[in-house]
Design a protein around this ligand. Structure first.
Ligand SMILES: Cc1ncc(COP(=O)(O)O)c(C=O)c1O
Length: 212
């Protein structure tokens, strides 16, 4: 993350060279419009903290870069040492004007319904005109089927304490996440037994192995 921020700053800050040797920095200055952050990361398993994400929000704001945040693995952090923080929340806490497009999918998490096809994109600080163009564009494409839409509605409004289905929901959720955690631990231990291989206990490969 620090390297990315450094590169963006340097790329955008450096004066353009008059000769053709402006190189990557000038390309970055001309070409970079957005930064994609996948957090928790696939395939690295990295989980960014509030400080990392705050730095990213700042640099995007400074250089007017749009932030595209893929946060589909937000439920799949298998270590108590790391906690998922949404970059959208970070931007809102800082009252930043940075445009954030955050993505979530029913393919991951404890639901893991890749086949049903459903997800959402949440727009923050995006100009209403752009928002309406995006709406128009997405209305022109095929939508998720009825089941996908119904399932997504359930994911974003899960049962809450006091609801009749809450105890069963909690039991099933904990059992699925517990099984994924077990597999994550197994993969972590087995991979680290291979000479020359060292993996951290984050989301890592374990997300892949557990879910796909
Ligand atoms: C980081 C990340 N985002 C999104 C996806 C795909 O999500 P979907 O099944 O909703 O297309 C994947 C699939 O592996 C992924 O690793």
């Amino acid at each position: 993350m620090r390297k990315l921020i450094h590169d963006i700053n340097n790329g955008c800050d450096e004066a353009p060279s008059s000769a053709g040797g402006g190189g990557i920095n000038n390309s970055v200055r001309r070409v970079v419009r957005a930064v994609v952050v996948i957090n928790p990361g696939n395939p690295t398993g990295n989980v960014f903290d509030e400080i990392d994400l705050g730095g990213l929000v700042e640099v995007c704001e400074e250089h007017s870069l749009v932030l595209l945040a893929d946060e589909v693995y937000q439920e799949n952090v298998y270590t108590p040492l790391k906690k998922f923080v949404s970059v959208r929340e970070v931007a809102l806490r800082r009252q930043s004007a940075v445009e954030v497009y955050s993505f979530h999918s029913m393919s991951k998490g404890y639901y893991g319904e890749c086949g049903i096809r459903g997800g959402y994109m949440q727009l923050t600080n995006v100009d209403p005109e752009i928002n309406s163009v995006i709406c128009k564009l997405s209305s022109m494409t095929l939508c998720s089927n009825t089941m996908g839409q119904a399932l997504l509605a359930s994911i974003v409004t899960p049962p809450v304490e006091g609801d009749a289905s809450y105890p069963l929901f909690q039991t099933e959720k904990e059992s699925i996440l517990g099984a994924l955690q077990e597999k994550a631990d197994m993969v972590y231990h087995e991979l680290n037994k291979i000479p020359g291989v060292q993996v951290g206990r984050l989301a890592c490969l374990t997300v892949h192995v557990s879910l796909l």
